[in-house]
Ligand binder design. Structure first.
Ligand code: ZN
Length: 215
């Protein structure tokens, strides 16, 4: 039975889902909140933000910028054209993610929260590999990003079903990985209100209520 129906019929307390959140769920399992220590609350270890890419520019000079690699020489241009530059809106290197997380670990960091949404590069196995390589607790997020990052199927899916997907991740893990998120977010919202993003916000709120997460 879908979790949403279970929630509607039994209420979350009887269904036992609310019992999940007395501990912190990291990608390596539940830990006591007292063990978190110094925590970085908003990070992205791997990401793919091509949903921000404005598309192939008409001007040749800008096209060259879009497809160049990041170097110290073109850093100024990249700051100026941050979303046009394809190498700047993706982070696909597991090694780089580990190296950068180690900087935090060496400065007495203990916990990192990766709030990369579903579909923009969230990668549970890599997130767990970073946790294992660095010794950091890593808490993974769940939820959806801005409307340009949503698939055609997601755009047609109703909010209750979206909420169910989020809850299922908390209870069963992401697909066949068994790796569970520990936080809902981040949820993508653009400057201009749109119906798809509002739906995703509502789905996140429904899932939060079902999971009985308290802030
Ligand atoms: Zn973010």
């Amino acid at each position: 039975m879908p979790y949403y129906l279970l929630f509607k019929i039994d209420g979350h307390r009887q269904s036992g889902i609310g019992e999940l959140m007395k501990k912190i769920q990291t990608v390596k399992g539940s830990v006591d909140p007292d063990t978190l220590g110094r925590t970085m609350t908003h990070e992205h270890l791997l990401w793919d933000q091509r949903c921000w890419w404005p598309g192939e520019p008409e001007e040749l000079s800008l096209r060259a910028i879009a497809h160049s690699e990041i170097t110290i020489e073109n850093l100024g241009q990249i700051y100026y054209h941050a979303h046009l530059h394809l190498d700047n809106i993706q982070q696909r290197s597991v090694g780089l993610a580990i190296d950068e997380a180690m900087h935090f670990r060496r400065e007495d960091g203990h916990t990192l929260v990766d709030v990369t949404p579903i579909g923009v590069g969230r990668d549970p196995r890599v997130i767990r590999a970073v946790s294992e390589a660095t010794g950091l607790h890593v808490i993974m997020g769940s939820g959806y990003y801005i409307s340009t990052a949503l698939s055609a199927d997601l755009r047609k899916t109703e909010k209750e079903k979206i909420a169910d997907t989020i809850v299922r991740e908390f209870v069963e893990g992401v697909r066949d990985s068994g790796i569970k998120p520990g936080i809902i977010g981040e949820i993508g919202v653009s400057d201009i209100e749109n119906a798809q993003e509002l739906k995703m916000l509502k789905a996140a709120a429904i899932a939060q209520k079902m999971l009985a997460i308290e802030f």
